[in-house]
Ligand binder design. Sequence first.
Ligand SMILES: CC(=O)N[C@H]1[C@@H](OP(=O)(O)OP(=O)(O)OC[C@H]2O[C@@H](n3ccc(=O)[nH]c3=O)[C@H](O)[C@@H]2O)O[C@H](CO)[C@@H](O)[C@@H]1O[C@H](C)C(=O)N[C@@H](C)C(=O)N[C@H](CCC(=O)O)C(=O)O
Ligand SMILES: Nc1ncnc2c1ncn2[C@@H]1O[C@H](COP(=O)(O)OP(=O)(O)OP(=O)(O)O)[C@@H](O)[C@H]1O
Ligand SMILES: N[C@H](CCC[C@H](N)C(=O)O)C(=O)O
Ligand SMILES: [Mg+2]
Length: 478
Amino acid sequence: MNHEVADREIRGLTADSRRVEPGWLFAAIPGQRADGRAYIGEALQKGAVAVLAPTGTDRGLVPPETPMILDDNPRRRLALSAADFYRHQPRYIAAVTGTNGKTSVVTFVRQMWEALGQKATSLGTLGLIPPRPQAPDALTTPDPVDLMRCLADLAENGFDHLALEASSHGLDQYRLDGVRISAAAFTNLSRDHLDYHTSMEAYLEAKARLFEELLPEGGSAVLNADIPEFEALRSKTVARGLSSLTYGRGGRDLRLLEMSPGGDSLTLDLEVLGHRHRLALEVAGTFQAMNALAALGLVLAEGVDPLKALEALQQIRAVPGRIESVGETPSGGKVFVDYAHTSGALETVLRALRPHTANRLHVLFGCGGDRDRGKRPMMGQVCAELADVVIVTDDNPRTEDPAAIRAEILQAVPTAREIGDRRQAIYKATADLQAGDVLVIAGKGHESGQIVADRVLPFDDREVARAAIRDLAREGSR
Ligand SMILES: CC(=O)N[C@H]1[C@@H](OP(=O)(O)OP(=O)(O)OC[C@H]2O[C@@H](n3ccc(=O)[nH]c3=O)[C@H](O)[C@@H]2O)O[C@H](CO)[C@@H](O)[C@@H]1O[C@H](C)C(=O)N[C@@H](C)C(=O)N[C@H](CCC(=O)O)C(=O)O
Ligand SMILES: Nc1ncnc2c1ncn2[C@@H]1O[C@H](COP(=O)(O)OP(=O)(O)OP(=O)(O)O)[C@@H](O)[C@H]1O
Ligand SMILES: N[C@H](CCC[C@H](N)C(=O)O)C(=O)O
Ligand SMILES: [Mg+2]
């Protein structure tokens, strides 16, 4: 695929000098850790034939015969150039933002489309599903060039439906500009990532870009009517003349009337576009009702017949690592793994599990290093209030001192037990369970590694918990 940039044909583009190939455009972008302009020389040496840089960059960094494109917003320009370069995208793209629930919603949307017979994919924290060789790296919302390459690959292979997670970092860094979005949903807002966004207002503003700037005219917004940010988001979409579907207990289009949780299921009474329906969903966790409604809204936004959409909704299944049941100890304690890594998510998951807890509710968690520090005591506080037994352990300490992270949590929950080694903590927590107890191992969900310094050590909460339960059963039978 070739493309003209500033009268010069380019064969590819990247913002990473290490990935430049002959004939490519190099986008020199100042970032948080490095300034891409320091790598212009390296990129030219590797054969870059054009350079994109912020307005004001010294023209002398690039030889006079090499085109240099200056832009006030080079990240956005890169994303738009990548969209132009790769051209093809799935015909119907649904994007989801919000602090919690994005992965669940995109998974449900994909499952619904599959049930409706569409060739569909989802892309986000769990990667690209179903996987393809062109899948981008590990970020929830990938780098724009990787993203556009992936979109073209999907479109060229007949995947015309895509559900995509729009993270606040991704929105703030313009990774999604140039994606042709048909419908966008907002799940909820609670504290996270304030190390990056610095205030809740800036965090919401980054998320609101999806509705204010990225969703084009004719697009549909799917909005949670039960959250404090609803009116502000709704007035932004009204001001732009976008159509909207609202969901939740206060939803106008998709109204949740009643909800009765079973062990691994949910029964919902809904009013969908004015008609009442009762549905049984095979997913656990009352919060998944709201995620299911957001998914229903995104599917309906395309004009799918509501009865067919509701039938498809009944086909959704549990999302890996989100209230995933991993077993029961010989003493009769139930164990779940969940990805809650914010105070809002911990609150939701603990409240969701309480009705299923005949005896004590236990929670085991830690907080990620090199991430929002302010959320640590808040997570401790929520567990102090809503759980009966709390174990504080490590969760991806990255470059920070793990004991210092634990201390920041423990200050809000001094009665918690501190066991740094996550495997030991899981073994201890499962061994302590009695009949009627429930344990939630929170924070890592589907993750398969523990990041310590710059190493990723293999670690999967679900495998460790199953092994711990197996060992207890073996000890018991001796
Ligand atoms: C804070 C953040 O989001 N950083 C992302 C951002 O980095 P940056 O622009 O600040 O880059 P930088 O490292 O300062 O470098 C500046 C520029 O120099 C270039 N460079 C650098 C070195 C070199 O040798 N040559 C070179 O050209 C870099 O490619 C970059 O263009 O752009 C990079 C390229 O796309 C990302 O890899 C990087 O993600 C880092 C690794 C990261 O951890 N991001 C997380 C926080 C993130 O984005 N998470 C969200 C949210 C998840 C959630 O909601 O839970 C996600 O979408 O995954
Ligand atoms: N609608 C919701 N409201 C509150 N909490 C939720 C909701 N949905 C999910 N959660 C909680 O948040 C956790 C993460 O859910 P999920 O992975 O779907 O969200 P996410 O927005 O993709 O998260 P991330 O930003 O880390 O990728 C779940 O394990 C659960 O504890
Ligand atoms: N995408 C989120 C996931 C956090 C999961 C938790 N295990 C942690 O490492 O904090 C982040 O990078 O902030
Ligand atoms: Mg996610």
